[in-house]
Write a new protein. Structure first.
Length: 438
């Protein structure tokens, strides 16, 4: 476009009272400021079927688990998905891989404003169906963008019923421990539905790996044992779907019995050496003020994605401990100022017949906003001290100009340009600010 044409367009827009500056406000590439839904997926050379398995923490009977309440009392959306596992059937190489993502992993839910633990992705929605879609997108994002179409979410009661329908499984326990229902001895055991649920839930009562990573390992081991039983007794699929179709416990799935039956010939031929078990490993640290969070080791993550899916993915820059600390020290302040400036800008852009002085102020405010966004993005990506200094300078300039613009543009309320609100209960930072962060 030539300068002459551009000048003519700008002049025309001024005559029509269309705010010229409205075209200039930039978006951030950082998901904390401008979250974007997941719309593009990674291509893999091999053909896969991916299934997301979610374990909802809602309990049953006298064993309610960490949720401490029943679905009838508080509603399904109050419960977290404390088990997040993707089962990837590689139809090309005749293998299956179980990939766990720790529930406390720091993550961004695609399309949702804020930072959350992975187990709360389900809760960043208004309905269970939308919550499931959040989980699919968050897991896909963590796994390099693979498209996960199929899912199944179960609560503890459903897990028991499904285990009973299987007739239990033969399993070699790696530890002796006190379960919720009985004492278990190390070694070969016949595990009924209650024992299966008890084992995959074991954490603080575990005598080996009494942590969340240990629980993910136990969950994968049990799922492999269940897969092996289905290889031998394919008729059990009917019994499982009888439970799925009749249980009063929570089972949400889009997997049909026909789809499972079509996979059975493939499953029956998978050799033991072609069954993989993986976890998005990392470090648990207290971060973002005082939350126990898991930070995925990005190098390990890239290796898993290469080994399982053949992907050459990129590191996720905004899911590290250093980045989390930077947000608390500097970043959240910039996010708040940028969001408040946007509120003022959008108010002014919606007004008719701005005065020349108001239009000039609006132009200056948008320019200051753009610089604050650009310097924020750069500092967030690099965590470099020089970049951070530029960001701090730009954010202060935006704050000072915003206070002046608020008066000139006639904003009807007083804008709080500073805030002492904790980030996780601040709706400017977290769209879903009233979640339980357990």
């Amino acid at each position: 476009m030539t300068k002459k044409i551009l000048s003519m367009m700008l002049a025309l827009m001024m005559v029509m009272s269309i705010p010229v500056s409205g075209l200039a406000m930039v978006e951030s590439r950082n998901p904390l400021i401008d979250p974007k839904p997941l719309t593009e997926y990674a291509e893999t050379e091999d053909e896969f079927v991916h299934v997301l398995l979610l374990g909802n923490e809602m309990g049953f009977g006298s064993y309610w688990g960490s949720a401490g309440a029943s679905k009838k009392k508080v509603g399904l959306m109050a419960f977290h998905t404390d088990v997040v596992m993707v089962v990837s059937f590689n139809l090309t190489k005749n293998r299956v891989d179980f990939v766990s993502i720790p529930r406390d992993s720091m993550t961004y839910v695609p399309g949702v404003q804020g930072i959350y633990k992975l187990n709360a992705a389900f809760n960043c929605a208004e309905t269970p169906e939308d919550g499931i879609q959040n989980c699919l997108a968050a897991a896909s994002q963590m796994l390099g963008g693979i498209k996960i179409d199929k899912y199944m979410m179960v609560d503890m009661g459903a897990m028991v019923e499904l285990g009973q329908a299987l007739g239990g499984v033969e399993f070699v326990l790696d530890m002796t421990y006190q379960g919720a229902f009985r004492y278990f001895w190390k070694g070969l055991q016949e595990m009924d539905g209650y024992a299966i649920m008890d084992y995959v839930r074991a954490r603080q009562n575990a005598t080996i790996d009494d942590n969340d990573l240990g629980r993910t390992r136990r969950g994968r081991s049990m799922m492999i044992a269940i897969l092996k039983k289905l290889q031998k007794e394919q008729g059990l699929v009917q019994d499982l779907f009888d439970v799925i179709n009749t249980t009063e416990h929570t089972i949400m799935t889009n997997i049909t019995q026909e789809e499972v039956n079509s996979l059975l010939p493939f499953i029956s031929e998978i050799k033991e050496e072609n069954i993989g078990s993986h976890v998005m490993d990392g470090r648990y640290r207290f971060a973002l003020v005082d939350w126990n969070m898991h930070f995925v080791d990005q190098n390990h993550r890239l290796q898993v994605l290469k080994d399982v899916y053949g992907l050459n993915a990129e590191k996720r820059l905004h899911e590290s401990l250093n980045y989390a600390n930077w947000l608390v020290e500097e970043g959240f302040t910039a996010v708040r100022l940028i969001k408040r400036a946007r509120t003022l800008i959008e108010y002014a852009q919606a007004k008719d017949n701005l005065t020349e002085n108001q239009q000039k102020m609006l132009d200056e405010l948008i320019a200051a906003h753009d610089l604050a966004v650009e310097t924020f993005d750069q500092a967030a990506d690099t965590l470099d001290s020089n970049d951070n200094s530029k960001m701090v300078k730009a954010r202060r300039a935006l704050r000072d100009l915003g206070k002046e613009a608020e008066k000139i543009l006639g904003y009807p309320e007083e804008i709080a340009w500073s805030s002492n609100t904790l980030w996780y209960v601040d709706p400017i930072i977290n769209e879903y600010w009233d979640l339980n962060w357990r």
